[in-house]
Ligand binder design. Sequence first.
Ligand code: ADP
Ligand code: ASP
Ligand code: MG
Length: 465
Amino acid sequence: MIVMKFGGTSVGSAKNIRAVADIIEKKDGRKIIVVSAMAGITDSLSKIAHRIIDLPNSVIKKEANQFIKEIKEKHTSTAKELIQDKRVLMESISKIEELSGKLETVLLGVGYLEDLSPKSMDYILSFGERFSITIISSVLESKDLKAKALTGYEAGIVTDSNFGRAHPIHSILARNIREKINPLLEDDVIPVISGFIAANSDGTITTLGRGGSDYTASLLGRYLKASEVQIWTDVDGILTTDPKIVPEARLIPTLSYIEAVDLAYFGAKVIHSKMIEPAMDVNIPVRIKSTFNPEGRGTLIVSKQEKIEHVIKAVTAQQDVGIVNLKGVGMIETPNISGKLFSLLGGKNINILMISGSSESNLSFVIKKSFIDEAVETISTGFGDNSIRSLEVVEDICIITVVGVGMQGAKGLAAKVFQAVADVDVNIIMIAQGSSEVNISFIVNEGDREKVVKTLHKRFIEDVG
Ligand code: ADP
Ligand code: ASP
Ligand code: MG
């Protein structure tokens, strides 16, 4: 049995969904399908939610109506273009209408109450995937395949109540997923499951974090003991860097789990940062392929670490991050300052991406921009005034990372990387090397991001041959 996940672009238009349905149809054996929302839908849901709470009461209804009209039209017209079978089409359209009605109600509620809690936000964001599972399962049915649309929760994915970035409760998943999915597979039904969304144990909708459909796929793969998890996307596989920055980026045919984790963690958006772990836990291969080039070999991620001629296999950039600098003489007298920092921020589920302490009285760390306000508040209250003299935030920066298992023990490589950055006159603001030794990460100004990625890609990948 395999898990096949199709991302936003892959299901972003009637034409693309047709290609997806063909790929599914051609694949023999048991399969589970995971889908994202149609491209742009999750963003548009997030935008309208933020917009509607700022609108005067007099226009809320009109704006919500207009939005619902457009989103309903987009999904209905896609369904009409794809589904020939009249009965299946009518069922799909009535589901789209039902979902649109629910979405309108929640938008009005949020708008009038001017209260967009993380819980309401997750509920609103969930609609993108709920629309897409309806359409895609119906398209499969109209091809005479047996299919059933399921939300992540209906497929057995239960999380804590950390809305916006909920964590799966593994002990429940281990039991639930098999119970819900195996009977369908035994009946030769193809489950079409919404990525990204799940629910807490009360059944309230949660999300796994943006881009989280990949994570849904690997969780399902892990608990159903799939023979492979396939991520079908809009590029040929994992490339040596983001092709949107460097068109010369090349396909990486194989990668180890540990390299893939670092790549995803430091910004290679092609896979979600948490998706490798469940597959790695039980040694399931992960394959990244293009929906638009299904014959291509794609990238295979397995446990084996392969050293190749290119010591540096890939270059990534992580945007939307900020540095928090802590300075204070009092810090010298506070033992285990970084331990306390980790536990304070960990308590708030704020993940530290990089940390560096140049002296006992100085500590800098990097986190996602969206966490900065919460982090500053947590530290100020958690440490008290006397241990920290100043707390400074630096934004408009990004993390650049080079990854490759060949870097383990490669002497002088960091120096070469930093020299290449200096050669194009870019200042390095902060440096850190992960304990895995398969990556080197450093911070530069956001304005230098493209220049640095291009330079490193040219010097350490293109020029190596
Ligand atoms: P999906 O909607 O299928 O989940 P995403 O947009 O999340 O797709 O991820 C695919 C995108 O990731 C590509 O279009 C590409 O621009 C970007 N990307 C960033 N870094 C890499 C990389 N190293 N290799 C491939 N794609 C990358
Ligand atoms: N639709 C969600 C998002 O845009 C999840 C995903 O595509 O993986 O973040
Ligand atoms: Mg994605």
